[in-house]
Design a binder for this molecule. Structure first.
Ligand SMILES: Nc1ncnc2c1ncn2[C@@H]1O[C@H](COP(=O)(O)OP(=O)(O)O)[C@@H](O)[C@H]1O
Ligand SMILES: [Mg+2]
Length: 243
């Protein structure tokens, strides 16, 4: 008998156990699947201790906080030593975002702000806002995904060891793991994400601290003025930190 040890073999076995026979890999350990009860859905897997901790945080958050701004929790469990989470699937825009009308961009911006505001009103900072964690639906509505880094507003960054962040979209405090988690850190990441989606990354894919060291001026003309101010202020802090 063949001994199954590889991750993809285990995933195939778990899908069989779940009664799922159609699935395709979206990214790393996230699959689009057709479930016998739930239909089209997203299945996320976790094999390492760190990934399992993050998936648990995500599962618990989605289980306890249901909202149309993020996917509905469907099921969560463990088989073959790997944990899995099943959530609602959102059909998203596949064509490029760069050639959208200004009206579409405004609708997407407002929808993303509503989603973040809803999350913050629930008491949490998302912690990893970036283009791949913002699903833009066919109706130009924004859904937040990937809740493995959520953290209660006001909690200390340095005491939370399981946060994963994406440096080039990250505000100064979470990047340095200092200070408290605040909603404005998500808005900063949203501003960088929107500029990246419409035009290009404002710091040519550098982190805030790396860019501050170059002394260059950021390309922010793709942003409304409140986001230009937010990003400029973060850049100012980063420069103070650098020197
Ligand atoms: N509910 C969903 N509906 C549609 N696509 C999704 C959904 N959840 C995740 N995805 C897609 O799968 C990708 C990976 O999922 P994500 O939850 O961000 O996992 P990871 O922790 O690997 O980044 C996302 O960038 C997105 O493209
Ligand atoms: Mg993600």
């Amino acid at each position: 008998m063949k001994i199954q040890t590889g991750f993809s073999d285990k995933v195939a076995t778990v899908f069989r156990i779940l009664g799922v026979y159609q699935y395709s890999l979206l990214r790393q350990q996230t699959y689009l699947a057709t479930h016998p009860f739930y239909g089209a859905c997203i299945v996320k897997f976790a094999a390492t201790v760190f990934a399992k901790q993050q998936l648990k945080v995500e599962a618990e958050f989605l289980y306890h906080h249901s909202d149309r701004c993020w996917p509905q929790y469907l099921d969560y469990g463990s088989n073959m030593g790997i944990d899995w989470l099943i959530v609602e699937f959102f059909d998203s825009l596949s064509s490029g975002l760069g050639n959208m009308t200004v009206e579409d961009q405004q609708k997407i911006t407002t929808s993303a702000e509503e989603a973040l505001n809803t999350l913050h009103n629930n008491g949490y900072v998302h912690g990893d806002i970036k283009p791949s964690n913002l699903i833009i639906t066919l109706q130009n509505e924004v859904k937040l995904v990937d809740f493995g880094s959520i953290t209660p507003i006001g909690s200390d960054y340095h005491s939370n060891s399981i946060l994963s962040l994406t440096p080039k979209f990250c505000a100064l405090n979470p990047y340095l793991r200092s200070g408290q988690a605040l909603p404005k850190h998500d808005y900063y990441s949203l501003a960088i994400s929107l500029h990246t989606m419409w035009r290009a990354h404002p710091f040519s894919d550098l982190t805030l601290v790396e860019f501050a060291r170059t002394n260059g001026s950021a390309l922010l003309e793709g942003l409304v003025s409140r986001y230009q101010i937010l990003v400029s202020n973060q850049l100012k802090y980063a420069k103070q930190f650098t020197y």
